[in-house]
Ligand binder design. Structure first.
Ligand code: GAR
Length: 190
């Protein structure tokens, strides 16, 4: 069983889907920690309901990214974390965390990268008028939604699509693709 930490900044629907997959046995991992940079985020309530320890911080309480990432590393080491899963963590990972966890941090993004990186990928896709968008799971490097692609899945954009309807479809795909991709990684690469 891979010991993982999930990083999230928001509602945490992907966090929930991964917890559910570990409980069903379709993801060979144990979620040992939630790392969250937004003290009001709903994902914290999800972690508490699931009995998962949390490390919640505010970036502005630190002098630098190096400082809060050093504290995150101490939390990861304390719990023997082997792998980091970003699920809506809206912050770039710095060298302090990247170095010790090289090739052991993955992210999910709501577009077919390299199209529409960064914030509001779903709004960007609608604005551009693409007919197909999707979801990407990739290794994390120092860039914004860059890093080698591990898996992708398409999502069709209907002519009358709203941001909310597209987001709902993307979430359904994300929840399935992330658990499947991680499970595949854990049983083949480790
Ligand atoms: C997800 O759609 C995820 O792909 C996206 O944030 C959302 C979080 O939703 N991540 C990014 O845009 C990363 N650049 P959730 O909190 O319900 O899991």
């Amino acid at each position: 069983m891979k010991r993982i930490a999930i990083f999230s900044s928001g509602s945490g629907s992907n966090f929930q889907a991964l917890i559910d997959a570990t409980q069903k046995g379709s993801l060979q991992a144990t979620v040992e920690l939630l790392v969250c940079d937004q003290p009001d985020a709903f994902v914290i309530q999800r972690a508490q309901a699931a009995g998962i320890p949390t490390f919640v911080f505010r970036a502005k309480d630190y002098n630098s990214k190096m400082e809060f990432e050093t504290e995150i590393i101490a939390q990861l080491e304390k719990r023997g974390i082997e792998f980091i899963v970003l699920a809506g963590y809206m912050r770039l990972i710095g060298p302090t965390l990247l170095q010790p966890f090289s090739k052991r941090i993955v992210n999910i993004h709501p577009s077919l990268l390299p199209a529409f990186p960064g914030k509001d990928a779903i709004g960007q896709a609608l604005e551009y008028g693409v007919r197909i968008t999707g979801v990407t799971v990739h290794y994390v490097d120092e860039g914004m939604d860059t890093g080698p692609i591990i898996a992708q899945a398409p999502v069709e954009v209907y002519p009358n699509e709203t941001k909310q309807s597209l987001q709902e479809k993307i979430h359904v795909v994300e929840h399935q693709l992330y658990a499947e991709t991680l499970n595949h990684l854990f049983i083949t690469e480790f």
